[in-house]
Design a binder for this molecule. Structure first.
Ligand SMILES: [Zn+2]
Length: 456
C-alpha cells in the first residue's frame, strides 16, 4: 500500500520563488492562448486596456480588473447556442468537438453553466489537481467511498468523484436523493470506510441510522468524512459532534468552479483549506475588495473576493473570473508541515448572502458560529428569519434557534440573552433569538437553508 506523503511531490514542494516562476510563465502563455483562440477574450482584454504581452510581472496581472462572472458566462453560452450550436460559450478556446466531458451546475436560476466541461487535456488536469487535494485530506488507494451528493448524474457535483478511480479508490455512488433507508442498506452490504457528502447528509445519517438499525452511526465503519458544500468543519462544536458520532475524522475540500484545488489537512485543529495546485490555477493570491472591487494586499487574515484564473487550460479557461465567494486567507505556515507556499483559505460565504444590519455587514456563517458555540444547550440547527428583502435588515436580526433537548423552558430567556450578547460582542449586530423545540426545523439530506424568507 502506497504511503507517499504527497500526490505529486515535485509540484507540491516547490518553494515560493519556483512557484512564482512556473505561474508567471504559464499565466503569460494562457493569456496569449486565450487572446488568439477566443474573440470573447480578445474583446475583454482590449476593453480592460491590455494585451497579453503587456503582462510581464505579477503586479501587472493584479492590476487587471475582474473580466467575467456567472452572468457573463451565461450570456457567453447563450451566444454560442444561438451562433454556433453548442452550449459552452463563446469563451471556448478550442473546437467544440474537443470537449469530451460536459457537466452542468445546478441551474436552479437561469441557464445552467458548463464550467465543468473538459477536453482530454483539461480532464487529466482536473484529475491531477483534485487528486492532490484528496490525498492531502487523507484518501488512499483501497478506500471505499460512499458517495452521496445530490443529483450524482449530469450535475457538476458528480465530477468530484471522477479522479477517485485514478487514485485507486472505489466510489459507491448512490446519490443523496435515494431514500436514506436504501442508502443505509447499501452501506451495510458494501462497508465503505469513507463518506463523501454534504454535512447535512452526514447529520441525517447520524440521526437515521440508529432508528433503522438500533446501532449508533459509528457501526457503519466510516472513519474518513470528506464533507463539503456547506460550512461546519471550521466550527469546533459541530466538528466534534460529527467526529464523535462516526468515530472518524472530518476533512473538507474545495475545487471551486472547476479550479482553485484545495483541501484541509491532518492538523488537529482546523487550519482551513490548503491550495494544492498553484501551478494549475490562481485563486487566493488574487483578492479584490468586497465593495470597491479593487485588488487588495494578500496578507495573513485578509478577507476578499477571490478571482479565478486558469493555468494550462485548453477548452474553457477562466480569466479573472469573479465567482461571488468571499474567502479569508492565511499566509503563515501550518502546523501540519505541508510545505507548499500556497495560502490557506477559509470560505466565508457567498457575497450575495451578506446582510447589513444598521450598516454592519454580517455573513450567515458568523451567526451560525455564534449559535453553535452554545451546543449542547442548542442543537446547532438555526435559521436567520428575513421579514424584509435582504441585504438591508432593520434591527434586531431575527434568529430562530432549536434549543437542546435537556433545556427547561424557564432557562430559555437567559440563553437567548447570552446568544444575543455574543452576537453583539463579536459582530456588533443586534439580534433577537426565538426558540423552537429540537428537530422542529426539520432535517434535509442535501443542503440546509440558512434563511427563512418570510418576506416572499
Ligand atoms: Zn495544514
Amino acid at each position: 500500500m502506497s504511503e507517499k506523503r504527497f500526490w505529486n511531490e515535485k509540484m507540491e514542494t516547490l518553494d515560493r520563488e519556483q512557484v512564482e516562476r512556473v505561474r508567471l510563465k504559464r499565466l503569460r502563455k494562457q493569456l496569449k492562448y486565450c487572446y488568439i483562440h477566443s474573440d470573447f477574450y480578445k474583446r475583454k482584454f482590449e476593453e480592460a486596456g491590455f494585451l497579453p504581452g503587456d503582462i510581464k510581472t505579477w503586479e501587472d496581472f493584479r492590476k487587471i480588473p475582474p473580466l467575467m462572472d456567472k452572468e457573463e458566462e451565461r450570456k457567453s453560452q447563450q451566444e454560442s447556442i444561438e451562433c454556433f450550436g453548442h452550449p459552452f460559450g463563446v469563451h471556448l478556446c478550442c473546437p467544440p468537438e474537443k470537449i469530451v466531458m460536459a457537466k452542468t451546475t445546478g441551474g436552479t436560476t437561469g441557464l445552467p453553466t458548463f464550467s465543468y466541461s473538459f477536453t482530454q487535456h483539461d480532464y487529466d488536469r482536473w484529475n491531477e489537481g483534485s487528486a492532490r487535494g484528496y490525498w492531502l485530506a487523507g484518501l488512499r488507494p483501497g478506500d471505499r467511498v460512499l458517495f452521496c451528493f445530490p443529483l450524482s448524474g449530469g450535475w457538476a457535483g458528480s465530477i468530484i468523484k471522477e479522479p477517485l478511480q485514478g487514485m485507486g479508490v472505489l466510489c459507491l455512488d448512490l446519490g443523496a436523493e435515494a431514500p436514506i433507508e436504501k442508502i443505509v442498506e447499501y452501506a451495510r452490504i458494501t462497508r465503505p470506510n469513507v463518506l463523501m457528502s454534504t454535512p447535512s447528509f452526514a447529520e441525517a445519517l447520524i440521526e437515521t441510522y440508529p432508528k433503522l438499525t438500533g446501532k449508533p452511526a459509528s457501526d457503519l465503519g466510516i472513519k474518513k468524512l470528506l464533507l463539503s458544500g456547506e460550512p461546519g468543519v471550521a466550527i469546533p462544536s459541530i466538528r466534534k459532534r460529527m467526529e464523535e458520532a462516526f468515530e472518524g475524522r472530518w476533512n473538507d475540500y474545495l475545487m471551486i468552479n472547476s479550479e482553485g484545488f484545495s483541501s484541509s489537512c491532518t492538523a488537529n485543529e482546523y487550519q482551513g483549506l490548503h491550495e494544492v495546485a498553484l501551478d494549475l490555477s490562481i485563486w487566493s493570491d488574487d483578492l479584490i475588495d468586497l465593495d470597491s472591487k479593487k485588488a487588495i494586499e494578500i496578507k495573513d487574515g485578509a478577507i476578499g473576493e477571490g478571482l479565478i484564473t486558469s493555468l494550462d487550460r485548453e477548452g474553457l479557461p477562466l480569466i479573472k473570473y469573479k465567482l461571488g465567494d468571499v474567502i479569508q486567507v492565511f499566509t503563515k505556515s501550518c502546523e501540519c508541515g505541508y510545505p507548499g507556499p500556497g495560502n490557506r483559505i477559509k470560505h466565508i460565504g457567498r457575497l450575495s448572502d451578506r446582510l447589513f444590519v444598521e450598516g454592519v455587514g454580517v455573513f450567515p456563517i458568523a451567526v451560525r458560529d455564534v449559535v453553535t458555540f452554545f451546543i449542547p444547550r442548542v442543537t446547532g440547527a438555526m435559521r436567520i428569519v428575513l421579514t424584509e428583502a435582504p441585504p438591508n435588515i432593520s434591527p434586531p436580526l431575527k434568529i430562530k434557534v432549536e434549543h437542546g433537548s435537556g433545556v427547561e423552558q424557564s432557562q430559555l430567556p437567559d440563553l437567548a440573552r447570552e446568544i444575543e450578547e455574543r452576537m453583539l460582542q463579536l459582530y456588533r449586530v443586534r439580534s433577537k433569538v426565538e426558540f423552537v423545540p429540537p428537530e422542529a426545523l426539520g432535517r434535509v439530506t442535501k443542503k440546509t437553508p440558512m434563511f427563512e424568507e418570510r418576506y416572499r
